[in-house]
Design a protein around this ligand. Structure first.
Ligand code: SF4
Length: 566
């Protein structure tokens, strides 16, 4: 494996050996190590000194279900700190087939035109991409596939990334050529836009999957992983209902985001439930699919394909986070409206969590009535038309709250809460507050733990455990749901890593990776100027009681300050 380094200004390209101290890392852990080793943490996230890094996880390329994810990172224009956002689809596997352990994109050209980077066994070359400028991702991907073949992976930005809006993500082709597997959070699409790169085309079709040091050992560990995955009860549930299974669970806990986080349960929650979504997809038929793999070989298939009734727009997938933030959070109970909103933000190349939260804040400010889907779509169109209001919304919930003078802004480190109210799921609230990544359920979701989620006691330890585990999974390239297959037999992950790399890791391999990643992320943030005060939730969650349980976020500050004392 190699490090591929590309200068976006000079177009220089180099292949470098992997430094010894990076060799045991992958995905998220490798990103943070590169950032600490090579970057000035005080740099302008949209300036020439930020780097955009792509790092496949350590398990990518070994025919392991749900384990081919790509981690994308750099300094976040949204939070001002370290950022890793990962995605399914094809990007991770195609990079590994080219032998790329990390792709580091540096510097930036004069803002004069758009380019794409083509990666193949021959290396990297720049091509003019002016013809795609201003296009949404759904219009950009098909001609790229036609031009470069249907085996390629593509990582691309939409108009939001081109305009360097802070809620812009990087879309990736899924298994079926849909450009909608987004590395969504933290504004990395804006970083790609700042380097004037519209798309990265990765053609690993002439490459090979990497060899394993011990093929028989890999086969044996893979078998145990699949057995654990198939036997776990949640695997079937996620296959049937996808992440939308969380709607009713969160509603029961009083943790569903409702009307800009002003309540925790929604009168129309059932219309947004996994059951209703599945029934709708089955009844609608055609291109609709209730279970769909975002990457080849995924056994869980938590994704889906939703086709809206009115305009026939195809969204893949319609997920719980979008349903929560663009549905109940906006008082909207019509899945077709949520699907339309989702398609629009996908096409713009934006994070549906951040934009859903921004729209909720805008509704609180009186820009539209909760429940008015047409008006919500009009506001998203403001982003597309690049109006002043559109730019405020497109820079996220924090930007919208500041511009409109709203106090109830659901952000931590200026990044929007996911669809779990931190007052009702306090362990996840601790994750939002203390994660170096900003508010993000994928940094350490605690809702499945068998505890009283409204009791602040013991939540610190729970959040710590989940944050460490998730940083580990993100370093493996493992989907959050792959954890089902790893949860029972703790020897599976070290078994896989030892067989692949010839290492001699013990049962704490996952946690060791996770801790190392978090240490580097926190160090980067420290150098960027973050202090304990940044590990807090906004004051309103400590004062404003959340119906129906009148919960407030009352985790002591000492607990927030000692999450990482391990
Ligand atoms: S479980 Fe879902 S998100 Fe994870 S790899 Fe499979 S389809 Fe993609």
């Amino acid at each position: 494996m190699e490090i591929w380094r590309i200068n976006a200004r000079t177009h220089e390209f180099s292949r470098e050996p992997v430094p010894t101290e990076w060799a045991h890392l992958g995905g998220r852990a490798l990103l943070s190590k590169i950032m600490v080793d090579e970057m000035d943490a005080a740099c302008d996230p949209l300036g020439p000194n930020n780097k955009l890094i792509f790092a496949p996880g350590l398990l990518v390329g070994y025919h392991l279900s749900s384990c081919d994810r790509i981690s994308i990172g750099g300094k976040s224009p949204l939070t001002g700190g370290v950022k890793e956002a990962n995605a399914g689809g094809r990007t991770g596997l195609q990079l590994v087939r080219l032998g790329v352990k990390a792709l580091i994109l540096e510097d930036q050209p004069e803002p004069d035109g758009w380019r794409l980077i083509h990666l193949s066994p021959d290396g990297a070359r720049f091509e003019d991409a002016g013809e795609y400028a201003g296009l949404g991702v759904y219009a950009t991907a098909p001609p790229l596939i036609e031009r470069y073949g249907d085996k390629i992976a593509v990582a691309l930005i939409g108009p939001a990334g081109e305009r360097m809006l802070h809620a812009a993500g990087i879309q990736n082709l899924d298994k079926d050529e849909a450009p909608s597997r987004i590395a969504a959070r933290g504004g990395l699409g804006a970083v790609m836009g700042s380097k004037r790169i519209k798309a990265i085309v990765i053609d690993g079709s002439q490459g090979t999957n990497p060899p394993a040091a011990d093929p028989d050992g890999l086969k044996e560990a893979r078998k145990r992983y699949i057995k654990g995955l198939l036997e776990h009860p949640q695997t079937q549930s996620y296959k049937d209902y996808g992440t939308a299974a969380m709607t009713m669970m969160c509603n029961t806990f009083g943790a569903l985001p409702v009307r800009n986080f002003s309540a925790g349960s929604f009168e129309d929650a059932e219309l947004l439930s996994g059951e209703h979504l599945r029934d709708t997809l089955l009844q609608r038929g055609g291109d609709c699919e209730p279970s769909h793999p975002c990457m080849a070989g995924c056994t869980i298939q938590s994704s889906n394909i939703f086709v809206t009734l009115d305009k026939g727009t195809k969204v893949s997938p319609l997920e719980y986070e979008t349903i929560g933030l663009m549905g109940s959070n906006l008082g909207i109970s019509d899945l077709d409206v949520v699907g339309r909103l989702n398609w629009e933000v996908n096409d713009l190349g934006m994070d549906s969590i951040e934009i859903g939260a921004a729209l909720g804040v805008a509704a609180d400010a009186g820009l539209f009535d909760f429940g008015d889907g047409d008006r919500a779509l009009e506001l998203v169109d403001e982003i597309r038309r690049d109006t002043e209001l559109g730019r405020i919304l497109g820079n996220g919930a924090g930007s919208t709250g500041k511009a409109l003078g709203i106090e109830r802004v659901p952000v931590a480190k200026n990044q929007a809460f996911s669809a779990y109210d931190p007052r009702a799921i306090k362990g996840t609230g601790i994750t939002y507050a203390t994660s170096p990544q900003g508010a993000d359920h994928t940094s350490g979701l605690t809702i499945r733990a068998n505890v009283d989620h409204r009791d602040p006691k013991g939540q610190k330890e729970l959040s710590r455990e989940k944050q460490i585990d998730m940083a580990g999974y993100d370093s493996l390239g493992a989907c959050i749901f792959a954890a089902f297959g790893y949860s029972v037999d703790k020897s599976v992950i070290p078994g896989l890593l030892n067989a692949i790399y010839g290492w001699d890791l013990g049962e704490t391999a996952l946690q060791d990776l996770g801790r190392e990643s978090l240490v580097h992320e926190r160090e980067f943030n420290r150098r960027a100027g973050f202090t304990k005060k940044d590990d807090r939730l906004p004051e309103w969650v400590t004062k404003e009681a959340l119906a129906p349980h009148n919960a407030v976020f009352d985790v002591p500050e000492e607990d927030l300050d000692s999450v990482f004392d391990w």
